[in-house]
Ligand binder design. Structure first.
Ligand SMILES: [Zn+2]
Ligand SMILES: [Zn+2]
Ligand SMILES: [Zn+2]
Length: 272
């Protein structure tokens, strides 16, 4: 399984244009891995998790085309994770020379409501929707998909994390979420994961039930190890950072390295 991080920031991005904090100023000056677009991740060339406002910029920067995309999994309806325009622009008139295969969109009711409200039409965007909710399973050949209940902003209601299994690697994509509720732990118990991508939005400066601080990130890993869902050597990537809560890339990368975790950055592509 190949994973490519298209964006590794929380909603505002880094640097956030309306912010002069240390992390944003550092990113403007140093650029490179300090520039973080809004979160999205590509699995192989055919499965995308989340489709936010920076999809165009990420693909342009990385020289990635999405013409092979078959599946889209959307975690929740926050606008940094679902931007309807990306799907509306799939319609024929914007790609006259390119035939696309149908895109299967797996999402909760709040995302599909946003899609409908945007005026998007499944037929013209050539999508097939699959309404989904936490605790369910689905086969999207060659993948097996499982959804885990996220602990996110209550008004979103139907936020999910996903487990994607390509037959060789079982990966958990845990964003956006705070420390899991017992319901989620019972959904995870008994599974053996080969890789984890998990949010670390709140760094060392804040704590909440709706996102993970670095401390809660560690507690999540501890619980997964206790349940034998992962081992000491399971690869883990941290992502979805808020500029207000984390230090520059070099500093948080060193912090995570000491935990045996890789600090993801935009454009990082790994074969698992
Ligand atoms: Zn987010
Ligand atoms: Zn800032
Ligand atoms: Zn969110």
């Amino acid at each position: 399984m190949k994973i490519t991080f298209l964006g590794t920031a929380a909603a505002e991005g880094i640097p956030f244009p309306f912010c002069a904090c240390k992390t944003c100023e550092h990113a403007r000056k140093e650029k490179g891995k300090n520039i973080r677009k809004r979160q999205s991740m590509l699995i192989n060339d055919d499965l995308l998790i989340d489709i936010g406002p920076d999809l165009y910029a990420a693909c342009a920067d990385l020289g990635i085309s999405l013409v092979e995309l078959k599946y889209l999994l959307v975690t929740h309806s926050h606008e940094d994770h679902f931007n309807a325009l990306n799907l509306k622009l799939r319609q024929r008139m914007f790609r006259l020379s390119t035939d696309l295969q149908e895109l299967t969109v797996v999402a909760g009711p709040s995302v599909l409501t946003m899609w409908d409200f945007s005026g998007g039409k499944d037929k013209s965007a050539e999508i097939r929707r699959i309404p989904f909710s936490a605790g369910r399973q689905l086969e999207l050949s060659p993948y097996k998909i499982q959804s885990i209940e996220a602990s996110h902003i209550p008004s979103i209601g139907d936020a999910m994390n996903y487990i994607v299994d390509d037959g060789r690697v079982k990966l958990l994509y845990a964003a956006d979420t705070g420390y899991y509720r017992e319901e989620a732990w019972s959904q995870l118990a008994g599974l053996r994961l080969d890789a984890v991508v998990m949010e670390a939005t709140l760094g060392t400066r804040q704590q909440a039930k709706t996102h993970l601080s670095f401390g809660d990130f560690q507690l999540m890993l501890d619980r997964m190890r206790e349940l034998e869902v992962i081992t000491e050597t399971t690869p883990v990537w941290a992502t979805h950072y808020s500029h207000q809560c984390v230090d520059p890339h070099e500093e948080i990368a060193a912090y995570f390295q000491s935990m045996g975790v890789t600090c993801a950055y935009d454009g990082l592509s790994v074969e698992i």
